[in-house]
Ligand binder design. Sequence first.
Ligand code: FAD
Length: 394
Amino acid sequence: GKPKVVVIGGGPGGGTAARYIAKESNGAIDVTLIEPQKTFTTCFFSNLYVGGFRDYKSLTHNYDKVKKSGVKVVHAVATAIDRDKKQVVIAGGQRIPYDRLLVAPGIDLKFDSVPGYSEAAAEIMPHAWKPGAQTQLLVKKLNALKDGDQIVMIAPPNPYRCPPGPYERVSMFAHVLKKKGYKKSRIIVLDPKPNFSKQAVFAEGWENHYPGMIEWQDPKMHGGIKGVDAKAGTVKTDLADYKAALVNVIPAQWAGKIARDANLTNASGYCPIDAASMKSTVDPNIFVVGDASIAGEMPKSAFSANSQAKVAAMIIRSELTQSRAFPARYSNTCWSLIAPDDDIKVGASYEPKDGAIKATSTFVSQKNEAADLRKQNYKESVDWYNGITADIFG
Ligand code: FAD
């Protein structure tokens, strides 16, 4: 029969790969996508929902067109990968055989990286770093704040999904408070890192739009994050105690469980890949793309996942149908909205070099840029969202 490809995870990585393999092989390859959720809510642009720039529904996509493009979609959790037999086991025990497997489960959160934090505590102190109910809880809590209430964010350590994401979210918190005319509320960011993505431009934007509202602390300033008490609504650092009406805890992260269970990860908790193909370095029949992979200098973003998925799809097709493969090229851009029409960006083109994915050219927004340029960035980001969601979901 036809060669079989199985894809685990219907997000930017897996969704893109499944559709590209099905479409571009013109039915010569049997493609099965395993994804438990019937609808996918994007984390990307969820900060714009937080800021009130988009509604929740606009972040939600279904798999109808994926099915129409020739992909067989199985709504189930993949519970194990039997690498010897080349089969994926799904909940209920059914086995789905593959010739090539693409694994794109995204990240899992390491709740215990912040003492006192847990899945239960997240019902009070949302992380909102996985989409869905968590994002809605965060927004509900934000909108219920009264003037004078504090927000504390615990930012994540590297490497994590969406490097500028926490700081765009802080900007959106501030935008909401400012719009309500609040003068007394403060936002405190406790960061385990000494610096972060686009820091200089974020800092300038915060000073321009929200003077005195946001206090970012590096490890030298807070001395260390000691933990949270969700019921009491408190956060402790080495140097201070905080009581906050909204605590947003973004813990450390690693590759989704299925990738870890199948031993596709290394000591870092993420999956090493071959830079020229996105093929797992531990199993020649498996590819890993997106947040679960170690993609050299590429950040963990939907843009990156989509770009990596296209390379993997091309290599998989070439291996199974002898179609032509071209040298791997990757790209990424991450936009962040600081305030209405004030959007900054960072991005790069990448190629495999000396065994790793390395940037060949990069760009980043500068301080003091013209308002027009920032407004243009925002428009670009909206076009990108429409383009990438069509690429993933049809
Ligand atoms: P995911 O999107 O996590 O998809 C993984 C899928 O796999 C999920 O649907 C899950 O249900 C499924 N899955 C997991 N385990 C299994 C299993 N065992 N069996 C079957 N299915 C499974 N990126 C950008 O490019 N631009 C942005 O502006 C941006 N903003 C962001 C803002 C925030 C607040 C956050 C949190 C993230 C942002 N990102 C952004 C990052 C982006 O959301 C992720 O990088 C992207 O979703 C990664 O795609 P992925 O396919 O690797 O994983």
